[in-house]
Write a protein that binds this ligand. Structure first.
Ligand code: T1G
Length: 699
């Protein structure tokens, strides 16, 4: 087994190299290797200084996240970083790739840091529900200042090498070979008589902070981090850095870190980290499946979705043809795209040149013949089978052999669409989420006949266009929407039972959803939902099913776009509307629906357990491969907070026995139609297994 940390003397410089692919994570062997090599360095009279460097594509990218669910073995990282810092001879960290989390903490325990220009440095622990637990909360404020350190740790966003140098985190950005540059830097230190420089000796002058700085910082992030545990912990660590002696503050950091690590939120976020990577693993489509080259894309339909879809490809340099049925629609489509780019340009997130380059990659056309050579065609036209039929018959007639023909349908049967062509093996669903140029989720819908190379190509393409592709099978609504239907159904039913929509939305928002169900319904358009219900062949035989939406649509109340829906709108601000409550009351009376006193806990149970039950049915039917895949769909496409880990992780956290018992309770009140538990929930509740364990056991 090759050494994960090696020691070599190059002249009078000890070069300590970590080689633990794929990202040089600080696993136990790496920590042990570092301790051993730095002991050797301390004892090696021939070594006047040391360079810490990594093999492979990156400097240490953090602690080994797989270790967090096991007892962490000594030496813990804080012990190793202090051993490095206490060396009597200077240590230089040589950084490339992504020095993240424990990696940056290790680099900050070194006395100096050099990096190549492309390197990135950050403390993203918050994205795992953690905090930098190996003195990072103590060192970054000393190097970069309190405000910049807090911003970096609360956002979790990395700094560029240049940015880190400007903040004092990196001492030099080296040109050419990193190791050569780092050794030269070490020699310069020695020539200048510079010895170890301990970050922990830097004093933070608390008097430079505005009064109430930390209280104000907490207030400033409160809304965006509502219900999220780790950010507040990070602020407390930095408060300790400012007010306590270093080692007392380190002890405080460790205490707060352990509280994070053992929290259900961190467990959920670590679950999401791996689930987002697991989605790319498809048992019957191996990693070496050949892929088709995609050099030219065409999008059919230049509406809001089509325009957004086209942007995804232009943004990564892939030329796109945008086809519409007439010049007016085409001009409107191009105007939508231009408008979508102008926002980020105005905010400075994109340069005018970049915008112009992207737009130049999008070629409008009215002619099907123009797309004959496209490698991938994505249809984003009206959501009716009749229109899909016309488009796919045209595509079948015009497109070259081997072109991938994709539908952006959000619910229609991809197998039926494939049957409009003579090449069903080339047909797939690529379900983007609005706004298509922003949302990271892409539901990739494999038809019965979709070929494996088409699947492999689309899964890889998702990563190319910076999306998370989740492979699902065909059913009405696929995974995300199919689970969203019961969520809305219960939200609607509770309004008929007398719960004001704004209360339901507040409870869901406080639970962590980006927006409550009624706000989302108004945003998407009540007519969209009503049309779906009308087209749904297996719609529940229940006159109360989303009755309020049907009545509101009939009254022309379509949601935000018509100025009124479930709420009235003053601009985009939703305002409770007594007229809607009256309509709900009248409809409830007509349907003999009793008015109920419903607790917040019941609101949560009925919203999310109905969704979870549908998810369990989806797993049982094989529409989704793993419970983690469903969690990725919900955290990347439906505004569910990562610190909940997705609906299935939440169910595992609550306990499937409790979910099952609650469902039985509602089944007693409402009958079998909606509250019959999925067989999988019943099985797991009785066996004590979780969805995650069940998914893992299926390989
Ligand atoms: N631990 C274990 N495995 C990891 C890992 C990690 N830190 N980072 C990546 N992997 C695996 C990943 O699961 C995948 O495995 C493979 O490496 C490639 O990853 C004490 C507590 C570095 C930017 O949060 O952000 O330090 O799927 O597909 O797109 O204070 O990985 O191939 O089997 O993501 O090129 C803090 C997490 C940890 C960084 C590379 N560090 N990693 O992205 O490759 S907590 C992080 C990333 C900590 C200390 C605290 C990215 C990357 P597989 P990948 P990539």
């Amino acid at each position: 087994m090759p050494e994960v940390v090696s020691y070599a003397l190059e002249g009078d410089i000890a070069v300590i190299t970590v080689a633990n692919p794929p990202v040089n994570a600080l696993s136990l062997p790496v920590r042990q290797g570092l301790a051993k090599c730095f002991e050797r360095f301390a004892a090696d009279a021939g070594a006047k200084a040391a360079v810490l460097i990594c093999d492979g594509r990156t400097f240490i990218a953090g602690a080994d996240i797989t270790e967090f669910d096991k007892p962490i073995e000594q030496p813990w990282l804080p012990v190793v970083v202090h051993q490095i810092e206490d060396c009597a001879k200077p240590v230089v960290a040589a950084i490339h790739g992504t020095a993240l989390g424990g990696g940056l903490e290790t680099a900050m325990a070194c006395h100096y840091r050099v990096a190549i220009a492309s390197a990135q440095l950050g403390l993203p622990e918050v994205t795992l529900g953690l905090l930098p637990g190996a003195t990072g909360t103590q060192r970054l404020p000393r190097l970069a200042g309190v405000q910049a350190a807090l911003d970096a740790m609360i956002s979790g966003k990395p700094m560029t090498a240049k940015g880190a140098q400007e903040k004092g985190v990196v001492d030099a950005v080296v040109e050419g070979d990193l190791k050569t540059g780092a050794i030269a830097f070490a020699h310069d230190l020695l020539k200048a008589g510079k010895g170890p420089r301990k970050v922990r000796d830097i004093q933070i002058d608390a008097s430079t902070l505005p009064t109430n700085f930390f209280a104000d910082y907490r207030k400033a992030i409160a809304r965006d981090t509502r219900g999220f545990f780790a950010p507040g912990q990070i602020i407390s660590c930095v408060e300790a850095a400012v007010s306590l002696p270093y080692f007392d503050a380190v002890a405080r950091e460790n205490e707060l870190f352990m509280q994070c690590m053992t929290s259900s939120q961190s467990s959920a976020q670590r679950h999401m980290f791996f689930a987002e990577r697991e989605v790319a693993k498809i048992p019957d489509v191996p990693k070496d499946t050949p892929m088709r080259e995609v050099r030219q894309v065409a999008v059919i339909g230049g509406g809001t979705m089509g325009g957004g879809i086209a942007m995804n490809f232009a943004n990564v340099g892939i030329p796109v043809l945008l086809k519409e049925i007439n010049q007016e629609a085409l001009d409107r489509g191009m105007a939508i795209i231009r408008g979508n780019y102008e926002g980020p340009v105005k905010k400075g997130r994109m340069s005018q040149t970049q915008m112009d380059q992207c737009i130049a990659l999008i070629t409008p056309t009215l002619d099907y013949q123009a797309i004959a050579n496209a490698d991938l065609v994505i249809e984003a036209v009206f959501e009716t089978m009749a229109v899909k039929k016309e488009v796919f018959e045209n595509l079948d007639a015009v497109c070259k052999p081997g072109a991938i023909l994709a539908s952006n349908t959000s619910s229609l049967n991809v197998d039926e669409i494939a049957a409009f062509t003579k090449r069903p093996q080339d047909v797939i669903g690529l379900h983007f989420f609005a706004p298509a140029n922003v949302m990271t989720l892409l539901e990739i819908v494999r038809g019965e006949k979709t070929s494996k190379d088409v699947i492999a190509t689309c899964m890889a393409l998702a990563k190319t266009i910076r999306k998370i592709g989740v492979l699902v099978k065909v059913c009405f609504g696929f995974v995300g929407n199919r689970m969203y239907f019961p969520y809305v159904r219960e939200a609607q039913r509770m309004v008929l039972e007398g719960v004001p929509p704004e209360r339901i939305d507040r409870v869901a928002y406080d639970w962590g959803m980006a927006m409550g169900p009624h706000g989302v319904s108004d945003l998407s358009g009540l007519d969209v939902f009503d049309k779906l219900n009308k087209e749904w062949k297996e719609k529940p035989d229940d006159p109360a099913y989303c009755r309020l939406i049907t009545v509101l649509v009939a009254k022309g109340r379509l949601g935000q776009k018509s100025g009124a829906g479930i709420y009235k709108y003053e601009g985009r601000t939703p305002v409770s509307d007594p007229e809607v409550l009256a309509i709900a009351k009248a409809e409830a009376a007509a349907l003999n629906i009793p008015q109920l006193e419903i607790s917040d806990e019941e609101i949560i149970e009925r919203l999310f357990y109905s969704m979870i039950n549908e998810g369990a049915l989806i797993l049982d039917e094989g529409i989704a491969m793993r419970s983690g895949d469903i969690d990725v769909v919900y955290c990347c496409g439906y505004g569910m907070p990562r610190h909940r880990g997705g609906p299935m992780q939440y169910a595992d956290e609550v306990g499937l026995d409790k979910v099952y018992a609650a469902m039985q309770k509602y089944r007693g009140r409402y009958g079998d139609l909606y509250w019959t538990s999925a067989p999988l929930i019943e099985r797991l509740a009785k066996s004590g297994q979780t969805f995650a364990q069940w998914s893992a056991s299926r390989g």
